[in-house]
Write a protein that binds this ligand. Structure first.
Ligand code: C2E
Ligand code: MG
Ligand code: MG
Ligand code: MG
Length: 283
């Protein structure tokens, strides 16, 4: 039917392509404008101890709300920012903003609260990355032990030696490293041995397979066992229900983040959320 309706309408493939390209350029122009106008912001999603429910810290997640009020998901605009080089200044802004928030939370009375920050592969590979990190840390005066950088395994593709060296340099500064979305990429055991990190983040897709009836946790179980073997902490992302929480605990995973505990929220909301929990604990 569709064929009949479209007959005679000239929509050659190249025209479609250039339309997609135009849409991307448009989005990128809007993103540049939003970044210059300081309209990007961070949302913070708590990470908790799966046994006690104690808040361990949060992951900072980039948010873009257009002037018309639409939220554009990071999965859509970050790849564009990466291709255009815009992710370098945006990434520095993310790091600085999250570190300021970490400093602020320490001042508010949460001295052990830790902060996980995503670093994209172009940002990480950029030669100026470590000096930039040092500058931000000096400006923000945060306790570096509370800082964790999240990388995906893709940073190492084709650059295993230089990646391992940079990771070692960053860990020497006292900062922790986590491998994000673990299990979805080019996970190879030898890469994992060469990249010395502190934490494995089990990708949400493997957590959503856990249905509480026990049989669908294969990959999550493997990652947790791997973590134990290599002496790494495992954290589950996308924990949405109680069945998943208790199953993860049975498998030996002790940390998690997900809608079961809290959604990502702007800084002021996070502070209110933390205070409300303090009051609950005090009862
Ligand atoms: P990610 O680092 O794996 O972040 C976790 C994603 O899972 C977040 O999506 C979070 O909102 C979502 N999530 C957490 N718990 C749940 C849950 O229980 N259920 C469901 N359905 N989703 C959950 P978000 O914020 O859309 O971010 C998507 C990705 O964009 C991130 O995945 C990360 O790769 C990237 N990203 C976000 N912020 C930054 C940033 O500042 N820098 C860089 N380089 N990448 C970022
Ligand atoms: Mg992450
Ligand atoms: Mg992740
Ligand atoms: Mg993910």
């Amino acid at each position: 039917q569709a064929k009949v309706l479209n007959r005679g309408r000239a929509t050659p493939f190249s025209a479609d392509l250039s339309e997609a390209a135009r849409a991307r350029i448009h989005l990128l122009t809007d993103l540049r404008a939003a970044f210059s106008a300081e309209r990007l912001f961070l949302a913070y999603q708590p990470q908790v101890d799966l046994i006690s429910g104690k808040v361990l810290g949060a992951e900072a997640l980039l948010r873009w709300q257009t002037q018309e009020g639409h939220s554009i998901p990071p999965d859509r605009f970050i790849p564009l920012a990466e291709q255009s080089g815009l992710m370098i200044p945006i990434g520095e802004w993310v790091l600085r903003t999250a570190c300021r928030q970490l400093r602020h939370l320490a001042d508010l009375g949460y001295p052990d609260f830790r902060m996980a920050i995503n670093v994209s592969h172009t940002q990480f590979r950029e030669p100026g990355f470590v000096p930039m990190l040092e500058r931000v840390l000096e400006d923000c005066r945060v306790n570096v032990e509370l800082l964790e950088l999240e990388l995906t395994e893709s940073v190492a593709i084709g650059h295993i030696d230089s990646t391992a060296a940079k990771i070692a340099e960053i860990r020497d500064m006292g900062i922790s490293l986590a491998l994000d979305d673990f299990g979805t990429g080019y996970s190879s055991l030898s890469i994992l041995k060469q990249l010395k990190v502190d934490r494995l983040k089990i990708d949400r897709s493997f957590i959503s397979e856990i249905d509480g009836r026990g049989d669908n946790s294969g990959i999550a179980e493997l990652v947790i066992a791997l973590g134990r073997q290599l002496d790494l902490i495992t954290i589950a992302e996308g924990v949405e229900n109680e069945a998943q929480r208790s199953h993860l605990l049975q498998l030996g995973c002790k940390e998690g983040q997900g809608f079961l505990f809290a959604r990502p929220m702007p800084a002021t909301e996070l502070e209110t959320w933390l205070t409300a929990r303090d009051n609950l604990d005090a009862v």
